[in-house]
Design a protein around this ligand. Sequence first.
Ligand SMILES: Cc1ncc(COP(=O)(O)O)c(C=O)c1O
Length: 386
Amino acid sequence: MNIPFLDLKVQFREIEHEVLPMVKEAMENAAFIGGPQVSGFETEFATFCDSRHCAGVNSGTDALRFALMAAGVGPGDEVITVPHTFIATTEAISQVGAKPVFVDIDPKTYNMDPNKLENYLRKRLDGPSTSNHDPGSRIQTQPKAVIPVHLYGQPADMDPILEIAKKNNLVVIEDACQAHGALYKGKKAGSMGLVGCFSFYPGKNLGAYGEGGAVVTESEDMANKIRMIRDHGQAKKYYHDLEGYNGRLDAIQAGVLRIKLKRLDSWNAARRQNAAYYDDLLSKIPGVTIPFQADYAKSVYHLYVILADDREGLQRHLSDKGIGTGLHYPVPLHLQKAYAAQGYKQGDFPVTESVAKRLLSLPMFPELTKAQIEYVADCIAQYMQR
Ligand SMILES: Cc1ncc(COP(=O)(O)O)c(C=O)c1O
């Protein structure tokens, strides 16, 4: 049996009859940038996220970058996030001129540990020299924002994070790029911070047929600022209040996203069902740790990630059996070359480091069949019991 890590072709067959006429209509009307597809999608996605406003942008990275800019984050500011995420989270921070700093994750959920956030801020009050990982730098930075990442489709523990942020005057920007439709105590991922940032990279739970992203927010002011930033800093054509970016969501991608959004709840339900079946089969195999779902969370399983000690061997075995897998993410951000100048070292974030060595993402998409899940579980059992 051949089981890809992700199969976007099978999903296309389900929506082809809507996508192709939509693309043809866009060509016939020469409607490519802005227009009713983009505004229609923004209204529908805001509603989906239980948020008042949505601004479509060109990627999840742009969503984070524009959100930080609109929130006034820049040089001299620290933005606190986790080392266990995709680098886009920290690229956005650095690219607005701020400094990314890390706190470790919870060993069960793999998301930001609110206690570690609190400890970091407490230490920070004692003075920058005790916790600043950039001792050579003469620039004193102050914590300004926190970015919890809802990794793999499960929301971070938002209540304590929001409370700590409030106490310390920090802006909260949710990185919901992997969590479209996920719930925290019944609240939609992306709807709890000042803004929520989404990616519509093709492999996401809601994926475009190209690049795409969005910011959702209750704040009209933030939404307006982000709309300006995505469009060269202009609210009116050729009148630029500030320098922005070319970071718009295009009309054909918005059209694709509208077609897919109607199906997202049922696709997410199918992912949850697949995860439950994996859980059932894999929990019986010694040496495999299945994903933990916290009481407060309803995960949408963007990824289904297990832990196993001999992860490389298991990955090779699954590959030999025709099963695609992934590593999300093998090198923690604090140990990446890109952040070497910050002076972090091995051992600084032990939970992240331990998880990064053992994680393995299994095939996960709504159309995965029971037979495919059984085959993956059988192959894992074979390897673990060898
Ligand atoms: C957690 C996280 N943040 C940010 C991004 C960036 O999104 P994009 O690839 O659309 O720029 C991604 C997507 O890969 C992501 O997974």
